[in-house]
Design a protein around this ligand. Structure first.
Ligand SMILES: Nc1ncnc2c1ncn2[C@@H]1O[C@H](COP(=O)(O)OP(=O)(O)OP(=O)(O)O)[C@@H](O)[C@H]1O
Length: 268
């Protein structure tokens, strides 16, 4: 029997008579770094929401390790899957440390106090996400990128096997983008991440899943998915594909219509 993490079968999702995801069939393997790519509005966030059981499909099913996600209790699901959404609003003004501690909630019995081990896990998560120095700050006072890193720390403190992130590099400066993706690619979790930066996706992801207008267009290695033809077809851009000498992964050199028409500078 195939060992899979997620299995998605005949999945359809519509809102107000608009079909947002159309007959998605997919098996996601365990332990990989999976990137979800596609143009604006192609259905990336919607697919992630179905994976982390925030919304229910009208047709089809999502299984997590042979169980329909809707048959898994909320607390058990939170022990298995952590989520970093695009915008994370926080109802009350908690400190960073209090918020990261909330990642431990699924593991705790009712009214049980935080243990020494919870303390260590939280501190380690804050260190990894580079927010330890912000521990006593109020979440609402943080910048967009700092907030994002706090939410990542909370997800790490949850100590799940699966981490789902919706555009986690949004708001992050280049150093923190690399730091976060280095961290995610070195952890033993299965990571499923929607991302717009195709070069970061090519560098870090083992597998890419390409959506176009709610349909699964391609699923495979970065080399298989990021081809000149496919990028032109789905994103309507021209690209030259090179190899990044540091990573040996595809490096995409995009060119806009304006500059394509002008041609290469040293060829004119
Ligand atoms: N609550 C909603 N009501 C109506 N339409 C919605 C709703 N949520 C999403 N949609 C529509 O569903 C489609 C897919 O949206 P989704 O957010 O999944 O796309 P995405 O690929 O994540 O886009 P982006 O790259 O812009 O974040 C879009 O056309 C969007 O407008």
């Amino acid at each position: 029997m195939t060992k899979y993490l997620y299995k998605i079968s005949s999945l359809n999702y519509s809102l107000q008579e608009k079909q947002i995801l159309n007959n998605i069939q997919l098996v996601l393997p365990e332990g990989k770094f999976i990137g979800l790519i596609g143009p604006n509005g192609s259905g990336k966030s919607t697919l992630l929401k179905l994976l982390y059981r925030y919304i229910k499909p009208q047709n089809g099913q999502v299984w997590l390790r042979e169980k329909d996600v809707w048959e898994i209790g909320e607390k058990q699901f939170a022990k298995e899957v952590a989520v970093v959404t695009q915008e994370s609003s926080v109802a009350f003004d908690f400190t960073v440390k209090e918020l990261v501690f909330m990642g431990r909630t699924p593991h705790k019995k009712l009214l049980k106090r935080d243990s020494k081990s919870d303390e260590e896990i939280v501190e380690d998560a804050m260190k990894k996400a580079d927010v330890l120095h912000l521990a006593n700050r109020n979440y609402s006072s943080l910048s967009g990128g700092e907030k994002k890193r706090v939410i990542v720390a909370r997800a790490l403190a949850q100590q799940t096997d699966v981490l789902i992130l919706d555009e986690p590099t949004n708001h992050l400066d280049i150093e923190h983008q690399f730091a976060l993706l280095d961290l995610l690619s070195e952890c033993s979790m299965t990571v499923i991440m929607a991302i717009h930066d195709l070069n970061l996706a090519a560098t870090y992801c083992d597998k890419l899943l390409l959506l176009q207008k709610g349909k699964l267009c391609a699923f495979g290695s970065p080399e298989e998915v990021l081809t000149v033809e496919q990028l032109k077809h789905v994103f309507n851009v021209d690209v030259e594909i090179m190899t990044n000498p540091f990573t040996n992964k595809p490096y995409l050199q995009f060119v806009s219509k304006k500059y394509k028409e002008k041609g290469k500078v040293n060829e004119s």
